[in-house]
Design a protein around this ligand. Structure first.
Ligand SMILES: Nc1ncnc2c1ncn2[C@@H]1O[C@H](COP(=O)(O)OP(=O)(O)OP(=O)(O)O)[C@@H](O)[C@H]1O
Ligand SMILES: [Mg+2]
Length: 356
């Protein structure tokens, strides 16, 4: 018998869908030229052994902060041998030890991923930078996660003193959705890092259309996208100005069209893909606690929103109210849910909804 997976599918629409994946770094990042120029200007002194300006890159989800930073790091790595760039996603790596271990290994000195004391690993970290005369540039993506852990707050302090204490030149870039990130830093850390802020604005519908067109060039065969499809995907994502959402909807519509053996992606496929939409940050969703996942499931079934009282009522058999309250506040912080204030009689009520 033929294996189920052996059945050949004919890809008539998607030539190579990898060009639409979030991790793909395009050769051209339209509408981000000035932000990229500004970041390059701040980091450039490092290429001649001088102190770069630290940066705080902020903006709402899907505005190109991660992809632009990775693009710049690739260019910088290619340009200079002395500079050693480290990209750290702080959702994945956020304790002092794990960050230092990752960096020390990356700089070419093998250390165990656990087992040493944090002072010991810091010594190795400093030693390898000094002996190899490296100028490290750290990019901390989802940097607000660093503020949730005492050890990583300590690391920020240590990194802010690298020059003063060890004569090491380093550049730090923090990326966050949280506009307040810098003000939440410890006073001493903030004053010695003194990062310049670069704001990534929401994309407009027109910009999203252009981005979708560019990303589509390599991903699709010719003439397989109905004229109205890209404008609809762009319009759908323009409220939040989120390119990830726009690209995700287009990819899903393309898969639905292929599944139906349609020759083209049509408006109806885009509409159907809206219904299947997931909350934007897939990588975050995978990291949620059980309580957080249950709340998300509940809110997905109640698109018009629920009050916190209703949520506690529905889940009180499974969890204590306090645990649920913490879960709600975590989801809010992760930008996955939001509360809408509504007038009810003389007072107000807050409806909790999932972000689209
Ligand atoms: N100017 C652009 N041109 C082409 N693709 C883009 C552009 N801006 C963003 N994208 C794409 O949109 C998606 C989201 O971008 P990115 O991951 O950089 O967003 P982000 O600002 O880091 O969002 P978050 O705050 O949620 O982490 C990625 O697939 C990225 O490649
Ligand atoms: Mg990002």
């Amino acid at each position: 018998m033929v294996n189920l997976f052996e059945k050949k599918e004919i890809n008539s629409i998607l030539k190579d869908e990898r060009f639409l994946y979030p991790e793909y770094i395009p050769e051209k990042l339209s509408f981000r030229e000035s932000e990229i120029d500004e970041i390059v200007f701040c980091l450039k002194p490092a290429t001649v052994g001088k102190k770069p300006t630290n940066l705080f890159v902020c903006g709402v989800p899907g505005t190109g902060k991660t992809v632009s930073s990775k693009f710049i790091l690739n260019e910088l790595t290619e340009f200079s041998d002395r500079i050693n760039c480290m990209y750290i996603n702080c959702f994945e790596t956020n304790s002092k030890y794990s960050i230092l271990a990752k960096a020390t290994n990356h700089f070419g000195y093998a250390v165990p991923i656990r087992g040493m004391s944090s002072d010991e690993i810091f010594e190795r970290f400093v030693a390898v930078i000094k002996s190899k005369k490296i100028i490290p540039i750290f990019v901390f993506d989802e940097a607000e996660q660093l503020l949730k852990d005492e050890s990583s707050k300590e690391l920020l302090y240590d990194l802010s003193r690298l020059n003063e204490k060890f004569g090491i030149i380093a550049g730090l870039v923090f990326i966050s959705n949280d506009n307040m990130f810098v003000s939440l830093l410890d006073d001493r850390v903030r004053s010695s890092l003194n990062p310049s802020k670069i704001l990534f604005e929401k994309y407009t519908s027109l910009e999203l259309k252009e981005i979708l067109k560019e990303r589509s060039k390599f991903a699709f065969f010719d003439n397989v996208i109905d004229d109205e499809v890209i404008p609809l995907c762009a319009a759908h994502a323009s409220k939040t100005g989120d390119a990830r959402l726009a690209i995700g909807v287009l990819l899903k519509a393309a898969r639905l069209a292929e599944k139906e053996n349609s020759k083209k992606i049509l408006i109806k496929h885009v509409r159907a893909s809206f219904l299947e939409e997931k909350p934007q940050k897939i990588e975050i969703i995978e990291n949620l606690s059980n309580q957080e996942k249950l709340i998300i499931d509940l809110l997905k079934k109640n698109k018009t929103g629920l009050t916190s009282g209703e949520i506690y009522e529905k889940l009180s058999n499974d969890f204590a109210e306090r645990t649920l309250r913490t879960a709600l506040s975590n989801l809010n912080e992760k930008n996955i849910i939001f509360a809408e204030k509504l007038q009810k009689g003389k007072g107000f009520t807050r409806l909790i909804k999932i972000k689209q």
